[in-house]
Ligand binder design. Structure first.
Ligand code: G6P
Length: 610
């Protein structure tokens, strides 16, 4: 997704801008650009389609040297990913970079065209540049012009703007797309994510919704949504540079898959007593609020949505609470009927996904009991705007295809289930104690599953030449199958569909032949025999089966059937364990196919636009 970096300093800032863009690369993008007010007194830019390294190479040939600049990685929404549409966009003396979407860009474009402005791109961003230039004619000052401009914008934006006529400042506006100011000594910075600036500072000021900021070398001024001057708190980080290298691993994704025992352990830390979940882990008011909960509504996107789907099985089975799960982009535009005493739960790795945030904001108007965010980023918008929070402790996830964020979300959701069951008295003490014990053993079980790495790598060879695959699961393993299919399509570009195994005969069976491998997960539970019958249906049509089966499930290799034995685990925790081999499978298939594993085509890590 798009990334913004800006700097105003006494030194040449081009290398800082480029390093910032590189640090945002993991979010996914298709072009990059930089605009610098050069030491020669001119505003110049360089833009390139493709990776930041292309931009870097172009700048090595024709350096831009200056003390004020803005830079951007673009993930195309309006207009193809080409150089013309890459940011920064210029209008007269103005350069603009923008994250988000301007919904009324067509109307504004017509007005500006009528006034004689000439458009050189297909983007919604260029209207902002021209509108600013237009406002500057009367208002003269960039900050004043920006305040007037944003009043006419509908939609979402994080904006950074520079003006060749006022080269002492960088101005910024936030509405719907995060922005953070990095504070230096005699120099200041701006970015869409603090990670971009960790090489230059550890002190940050987060802009809030509606804020406008004027950033100079030695001074930062902020106005809130009503135009009043405000101070925003300075946050200082002391954790040093977060591990951002791949270590012994070939890709971030593999590293992150292997981190799962550690991060699951961290997500459990301080949240379990001897035989109970500590409900306060969700916040001081959690116990009181949870006692009132009669329904749960979960909303999320992508992988996080799949975590919510697993949680539904847990919440209904263990806590006896009716639960609905919906993708955020649907929920936010639907007329929703809210049952009394419904807890609204969002799940998000980044806490900045535009649809999930919008769904939360809508939910606040709809009479939910309270909102809870299960999120991996403590300083995210989602966390700030929710009543309760449970932070997953996955650490920074760089691979676009989410892995450790998913399993830690599942742990968080199981903690939620047990807490609700405990507080409402719907879960027997003995059952909770047993599950707490199983949760403590989970990191070890995950380690055992990861030890099957090379077995899964061999199995991956079966997929290298295939174009379609089917993933089957029953019960809480159905969302696991969905997540397995999502991983495979995201990084190997093989078409993968997931079905509840019982639905096979209602359609997908027609597709099964020896060119369509069928992957399934088979824990040893009451659905096992039914699943085995479904698998027979596949074999009878010549379909090749890959089964990840509990070592006690009595399943063995046979013609066209490849069985990988999984360590035995309590059925409730099996969705977490069975996710691991499916992650490894998609990883090794992608490696065989030679795709860009960590940054798959067309996808973004954090989708901050609608
Ligand atoms: C993007 C990412 C997915 C992620 C989804 C939701 O599509 O590529 O990996 O699951 O967004 O993101 P969130 O940060 O809200 O979990």
């Amino acid at each position: 997704m798009c990334g913004i970096v800006g700097a105003v300093a006494e030194r040449n800032i081009t290398a800082i801008l480029l390093e910032g863009l590189k640090r945002l690369e993991y979010r996914g993008y298709d072009s990059a650009g930089v605009a610098v007010f050069t030491n020669d007194g001119t505003l110049e830019r360089t833009r390139r389609v493709g990776k930041v390294s292309e931009l870097d190479a172009a700048l090595a040939e024709h350096p831009l040297v200056g003390r004020l600049g803005i830079a951007h990685t673009r993930w195309a929404t309006h207009g193809a990913p080409n150089e013309r549409n890459a940011h920064p966009h210029f209008s007269g003396d103005i350069a603009v970079v923008h994250n988000g979407i301007i919904e009324n860009h067509e109307a504004l474009r017509e007005q500006l065209k009528a006034l004689g402005y000439v458009f050189t791109s297909d983007t919604d961003t260029e209207v902002i540049a021209h509108l600013l230039t237009h406002k500057l004619k009367d208002l003269h000052d960039l900050t004043v012009a920006l305040k007037a401009t944003v009043k006419e914008l509908h939609g979402a934006y994080g904006l950074a703007v520079i003006n060749a006529r006022q080269p002492d400042r960088l101005v910024a506006a936030r509405s719907g797309s995060p922005l953070v100011i990095g504070l230096g000594l005699g120099e200041n910075f701006l970015a869409s994510d603090q990670l971009a600036l960790r090489q230059v500072t550890d002190r940050f000021m987060y802009l809030e919704e509606g804020d406008i900021a004027e950033i100079r070398r030695d001074n930062v001024q902020i106005w809130d949504v009503s135009g009043n001057p405000v101070e925003r708190q300075t946050v200082q980080y002391s954790d040093g540079a977060e591990a951002a290298d791949k270590g012994e691993f070939r890709h971030y994704m593999l590293k992150e898959i292997h981190e799962q025992p550690t991060v699951v352990q961290r997500t459990l830390e301080g949240r379990l007593s001897n035989d109970q979940v500590l409900v306060q882990a969700f916040g001081p008011q959690a116990a009181e609020l949870f006692a009132k909960v009669r329904n749960v509504q979960i909303v999320a996107c992508g992988t996080s949505y799949h975590a919510g789907m697993v949680a539904r099985y847990w919440l209904e089975e263990l806590a006896g609470i009716p639960c609905q799960v919906e993708v955020a982009s649907e929920f936010r535009y639907r007329k929703v009927v809210v049952q009394p005493d419904t807890l609204f739960v969002t799940i998000s790795q980044s806490g900045e996904t535009a649809d999930t945030l919008a769904a939360l904001r809508n939910a606040k108007e709809l009479g939910f009991l309270a909102s809870l965010a299960i999120c991996n980023v403590g300083i995210s918008s989602l966390v700030r705007e929710s009543d309760l929070t449970l932070l997953t402790q996955a650490g920074r996830e760089i691979g676009v295809a989410s892995t450790k964020a998913f399993t830690t979300q599942l742990v968080g959701l199981l903690l939620l289930t047990l807490s609700l069951g405990q507080v409402r008295g719907t879960l027997a003490k003995g059952v909770e104690a047993r599950l707490v014990e199983e949760l403590r053993r989970l990191p070890t079980r995950l380690g055992e599953a990861l030890a099957m790495d090379s077995t899964v790598e061999k199995i991956a060879e079966l997929f290298a030449e295939k174009n379609h695959t089917l993933f089957l699961g029953r019960g809480a393993q159905f969302p696991v199958a969905m997540e397995g299919a999502l991983k495979l399509k995201e990084i190997s570009y093989i078409h993968a569909e997931a079905y509840p195994a019982g639905e096979l005969k209602h359609g997908p069976l027609a597709l099964v032949d020896n060119d369509m491998p069928v992957v399934t997960v088979a824990p040893n539970n009451e659905l096992l025999e039914k699943l085995k019958s479904n698998l027979q249906e596949v074999r009878a049509r010549g379909g090749e089966l890959i089964v990840f089966a509990d070592e006690k499930a009595g399943m063995t290799n046979g013609e066209g059937t490849h069985v990988v034995q999984m360590p035995h685990i309590h059925d409730i925790l099996s969705p977490i364990l069975y996710t691991i081999p499916l992650q490894l499978l998609s990883y090794y298939v992608a490696v065989l196919k030679g795709t860009d594993v960590d940054q798959p085509r067309n996808l973004a890590k954090s989708v901050t636009v609608e």
